[in-house]
Design a protein around this ligand. Sequence first.
Ligand code: ZN
Length: 429
Amino acid sequence: MAEQSRAVAGGLAAELYEQIAQIPCINSHSHLVSEAERLAEPLDALSFFNHAYPIADLVAAGMSRDQVDAAFDPAKPLAERWRAFAPYWRWTRLTGYSQCIREGFADLLGFAELSAETVEPLSAAIRAHSRPGLYREILRRRAGIEVSVVNMEDLVEVDREFFLPLPRLNRFSMLRSADQLRDIERDYSAPVGGLRQHVELIGRVCEQWRVAGVAGIKLSQSYHRRMDFRRREFGEANAVFARVLKGEYAGLDSPEGAVLEDYLVFECCRAASEAGLAIQFHQGIRAGNYGGMEGCSPVPLIELLQTFRQARFDLSHAGYPYLREGAVLGKTFANVYLNMSWIHIISPQGARQDLQEWLRMVPYNKIIAFGDDLRHAEAVYGHLKMARWNFAIALAAMMEEGLLSDSTALDVARAAFRDNPAALYGVGG
Ligand SMILES: [Zn+2]
């Protein structure tokens, strides 16, 4: 597996890794389901690849939609599914998305390889270890995760032993139709007869979520547009909102949709900031295949970042692949945090290289080391191991240059894995 490159990195990196692995991690971005939901799933070795990220690699390698369906249809025998999967596994087994799963299989289940020979016994081992207490064993004891920030639409309660909720304000800021407003009125028992009432409701929702102890709020605009939000006049946005209510609206991706969305994103950030909540933007590549990249660049956010200087902007995925743009913002804006969630598996090597640059460029209280962005605890474990190795190798290289001591290296790791996200999300205080 990755041991060879880790061995090349030398004993110093391995020693640092062992110490970094003792630091509890606050996992800044997760899609883990509750343990009960996980235990109810009939999982086998191939199910771990039935997830948006590995499927994207398989499709990019040439796997057709029919072949994907055949590989992941739980009604079919495993051997038949393996035959659909294996030709594309050959091409995708080295990617970061595959590596995090392989690391979990190797360390937690004792299978170094996924192959025709191991797929059945590995699946049996997965079934055998899927018992109550699984999350305590994997997330807490083996991975050393203190808490995971879980993405969700509206706020729903989570098992606070393992999770902190991060609800989205997407439905309030990305308006598509009058029906959407009716749904908001129903779900929040509040009238939304005009833009002012809608904005007041956003403020109340943020305040309620603060009281409920959320980690922050999430916005996902970069899945459909550039992040070039402009400051808009109330009157201009109000005219569009009135058209939404009358059913005359041209839609979210129209010029008038952009005006209204700009206004609402500003108001969401104002409300979150006033409630003292972190604002996490999905900021980087889109999941899946054939996605546009116009929303990746974080530089267009500047007008918003300049407006809310007291806010805490958490750039989840740090603008990947525009990590240097993100780094300039982290360096020059006190309100911007660079969140490495997902990027240790998008490009394990790229994440490490950028980290080496960031550590000499950005104050290290601005770096959030880890967010799994995954669904299965075993893959979360593997992803976190990769992130810890990236920090160990990057910090060991700086130590070898004589740039820092081992106590400073551990201070960096403790800040990035635990203390910075704790401060950003208000964990433990
Ligand atoms: Zn995510």
